[in-house]
Design a protein around this ligand. Structure first.
Ligand SMILES: Nc1ncnc2c1ncn2[C@@H]1O[C@H](COP(=O)(O)OP(=O)(O)OP(=O)(O)O)[C@@H](O)[C@H]1O
Ligand SMILES: [Mg+2]
Length: 242
C-alpha cells in the first residue's frame, strides 16, 4: 500500500516550469530521497504535496485518497507533516512552547500536550534547552526543533526539506540516527538532502530531479551509478571516490 502517490505533477511560474511531470510513490514505512541540483524543483514538489501551493497539473494521493489542492492544516490533520528548508520557529517563544504549540493540535488538554512536548524534546535532544528562546538557537538546534515541531503533530508521513543543511559532521551523524528512529516508529519519510552520505545512509529509494524533470529513480546503489545523475548532479568525483 502506498502512503503517498504523486502523478504527473507540474508547477509553472509564469514561463518557468519549476516542476514538470514528476511522478513517484512512497510505500508505507519507506524513506524516499528527492535529490538534484539547486533549483531543480524539489522544494516546489514539497509545497504542492503539503498543500502550500496547488499544482498547475497533476495529482497527489495520500493514503489512497485524492488530496490535490487541500490546505496544509487539513493535510496535517490527516497525518502529513513537513519541515522547512528555511526554518520557521516562533522566535520569541521558548523551545518548549514552540513544541507545545504543535502538540496542542493533537491533544485533548494542555496537560497532555505538555507531556507530549517533553517526550518530543527528549527525543530530539533538546530537553536541556527547553527554556531557551527559539530565536537564539544555533542552526543545528533549530533544525532539531523543526523536526520536534513536525513530529508533535503525530504524522504518518514526514516531508523533510534539507534537515542537515548547515550542520557539523557530528550533527549530521546524529540527524541520521534520529531519522532512523523516526522511521522505526512507523513514520514514512520523504527527504530532500544534498549531503549524499546522509542520503545513502537513510534512503530506501531515490528520485532525481533536474530542471523540474525526473531523470532517474530507483535503488540508491543503482541511482548513484547512473551516468545522467553523475553528469547532472553528483559529478565524476563522487563516482570515482566510491
Ligand atoms: N514562488 C515562486 N515563484 C517563482 N518562482 C519560483 C517560486 N518558487 C520556486 N521558484 C523557482 O522554481 C525553481 C525551483 O525552485 P525550488 O525551490 O523548488 O528548487 P530546489 O530543488 O528546492 O532547490 P534548492 O536545492 O536550492 O533548495 C527555481 O528556479 C526557483 O527560482
Ligand atoms: Mg529547496
Amino acid at each position: 500500500m502506498h502512503i503517498l502517490k504523486v502523478e504527473n505533477l507540474v508547477k509553472r511560474f509564469g514561463g518557468l516550469a519549476a516542476v514538470n511531470g514528476v511522478s513517484f510513490e512512497v510505500k508505507k514505512g519507506e524513506i524516499l530521497a528527492l535529490i538534484g541540483p539547486n533549483g531543480a524543483g524539489k522544494t516546489t514538489c514539497f509545497n504542492m504535496i503539503a498543500g502550500y501551493m496547488p499544482p498547475t497539473e497533476g495529482r497527489v494521493s495520500f493514503n489512497g485518497k485524492d488530496v490535490t489542492g487541500q490546505k496544509p492544516y487539513t493535510l496535517n490533520a490527516q497525518g502529513l507533516a513537513r519541515t522547512f528548508q528555511v526554518v520557521k520557529p516562533l522566535a520569541k517563544l521558548s523551545v518548549f512552547d514552540n513544541v507545545m504549540v504543535a502538540c496542542l493540535s493533537k491533544s485533548r488538554n494542555t496537560k497532555e500536550a505538555r507531556e507530549k512536548a517533553r517526550v518530543m524534546l527528549d527525543r530530539t535532544n533538546l530537553a536541556a534547552m527547553q527554556d531557551t528562546l527559539a530565536g537564539s538557537l544555533s542552526i543545528g538546534n533549530l533544525k532539531r526543533l523543526e523536526v520536534a515541531r513536525a513530529l508533535a503533530t503525530q504524522p504518518t508521513l514526514l516531508l523533510m526539506d534539507e534537515p542537515m543543511g548547515g550542520l557539523t559532521p557530528a550533527e549530521v551523524d546524529k540527524a541520521i540516527e534520529l531519522i532512523h528512529e523516526i522511521n522505526r516508529d512507523g513514520v514514512s519519510i520523504v527527504i530532500i538532502e544534498h549531503i549524499m552520505k546522509a542520503v545513502m545512509a537513510v534512503a530506501h529509494s531515490i528520485v532525481v530531479l533536474q530542471n523540474g524533470e525526473p531523470i532517474a529513480r530507483g535503488k540508491p546503489e543503482d541511482v548513484v551509478k547512473d551516468e545522467q545523475v553523475i553528469k547532472a548532479y553528483l559529478g565524476e568525483g563522487y563516482a570515482a571516490n566510491r
